[in-house]
Design a protein around this ligand. Structure first.
Ligand code: UDP
Length: 441
């Protein structure tokens, strides 16, 4: 590491955030836009509120996009040209990383040295870019993986494609290079250490948050009135990108199972699926529509396109239960948002979901992928809903993006201090030793 400048142990003034494959300006809930986009938006805003300017570098996916967009005060989105604007899948992006990195380095080169204090990369593609930027700028690289290929491949949904070896190798490289690895949960930190050989001293847990001003408990009946849902309906809600990993099909199967056990429920049951297709396998809602038809519940399922946050809050509030039956989740922001709105959650007991949901307190975790087990868990939640709704609100209140931002600022500062210490040691004059002497510090 070249000792280009010595950093003092202070909060950064300017952060380069790298988000190659998806933009914080995208509407989450479709394609590649999901929790990571929300994370970057919420954290960037809060860093800016702490006086830290944030530049988010993302790939330009349309010729209409201006090169620079001020997303909110102190947060600038910089669109980097790398490859054709449209029609490039995430799996094709590794070939564009050189062009993307050049765009990032050229932007920095227009400023005085030391323009950025920290580079924070999101997802492994961005980690590859951040790695080079870190070396060129002599600033720490903070990396958040969001998902890990080895973990994903160990819990593949039927019809899903395994993540390629290329990604595994790329992730291993970033893990080895990053000055700090930010995990959402203890479980993710363990996975980084055990599956990727991460240095535990550089791996820290920073839980994500939830916007408690936006996702507030509200009157369920009033929310239903706005959405045209009968007051006495039993509403089960799925929110997220429609992809095999998220398993909305399991919710449909569980709903069908509930009707087998209690045919009278048909008059009141509604299933809401909010989100649009992403990834492989269940590629269009049409496949889910066909599944609903084959299960005999097509008339009970409403498919809704991705919703902006305020409208999404209405869907959470209108629900009796939010269901998150994913094969894996590094965290599961949807679970937290639903709880903040006072809606208990039935979730798979995988990945970060046991942190996002308190089993028996704010919802129920399900250890099986059997629709009957989900049907039983949903019934258990319906039977104790008022108690679990209160538990859900309390649990969600333990999370906040402000706390996430504070922990990240501390991580940035400590990584910078460590780097400054290493640089000082590297610069310490060595006098009177014969050339070639090995010096151990
Ligand atoms: N989301 C949204 N509108 C939608 C569906 C989802 O804004 O119609 C957001 C949702 O609020 C959440 C994010 O997308 O913050 C999904 O994050 P999560 O961690 O649940 O899943 P991921 O997308 O990261 O796999």
């Amino acid at each position: 590491m070249p000792a280009r400048r010595l950093l003092s142990h202070r909060a950064p003034r300017r952060v380069a955030t790298v988000s190659v494959h998806t933009s914080p300006l995208d509407q989450p809930g479709a394609g590649d836009a999901g929790g990571m986009n929300v994370y970057i938006v919420e954290v960037s805003r809060r860093l800016a509120a702490r006086g830290i300017a944030v530049d988010v570098f993302t790939r330009a996916t349309s010729s209409d996009l201006p090169p620079v967009v001020e997303m909110s005060p102190g947060v600038t989105v910089r669109h980097v040209s790398a490859g054709p604007f449209e029609g490039l899948g995430k799996e094709e992006l590794p070939a564009q990383l050189c062009a993307f990195t050049a765009g990032v380095l050229r932007e920095e080169a227009q400023h005085e040295p030391g323009h950025y204090d920290v580079v924070h990369s999101h997802y492994w593609l961005s980690g590859q870019v951040g790695w080079l930027a870190r070396d060129r700028w002599s600033v720490p690289l903070i990396h958040t993986a969001h998902t890990l290929a080895k973990v994903k491949n160990a819990a593949l949904a039927e019809g899903d494609h395994p993540e390629p070896r290329l990604r595994v190798i790329g992730e291993e490289q970033v893990v080895a290079e990053a000055d700090r690895l930010v995990a959402n949960t203890q479980e993710e930190a363990r996975q980084l250490v055990e599956h990727y050989g991460a240095d535990p001293r550089r791996t820290l847990v920073v839980p994500p948050g939830v916007d408690l001003d936006r996702f507030t408990p509200g009157d369920r009946t009033a929310a239903r009135r706005v959405l045209g849902v009968p007051a006495d309906a039993v509403v089960l809600t799925f929110v997220g990108r429609i992809q095999p990993l998220k398993a909305p099909d399991l919710l449909l199967a569980a709903a069908a199972r509930m009707l087998e056990d209690d045919p009278a429920l048909r008059a009141r049951l509604q299933v809401h699926v909010v989100g649009a297709p992403s990834g492989s396998g269940l590629e269009t809602p049409r496949q889910l529509e066909e599944l609903a038809a084959s299960l005999g519940i097509a008339d009970l399922v409403r498919f809704l396109p991705p919703q902006p946050p305020d409208r999404l809050a209405l869907y959470y509030r209108a629900a009796d239960v939010a269901v998150v039956p994913s094969h894996n989740e590094s965290f599961g922001l949807v679970a937290l948002e639903a709880q903040a709105c006072g809606t208990p959650v039935v979730a798979a007991a995988v990945g970060g979901l046991p942190t996002a949901v308190r089993d028996g307190v704010s919802g129920v975790l399900v250890g099986s992928r059997d629709p009957a087990a989900y049907a039983a868990a949903i019934r258990a939640v319906l039977a104790r809903r008022p108690l679990l709704a209160a538990g859900a609100r309390r649990h969600a209140a333990d999370f906040s993006w402000d706390r996430t931002a504070d922990a990240l600022v501390a991580a940035y500062a400590s990584a910078a201090a460590e780097m400054a210490g290493a640089a000082r040691r590297a610069l310490r004059p060595v006098v009177g030793l014969p050339l070639g002497t090995q010096v151990a510090w």
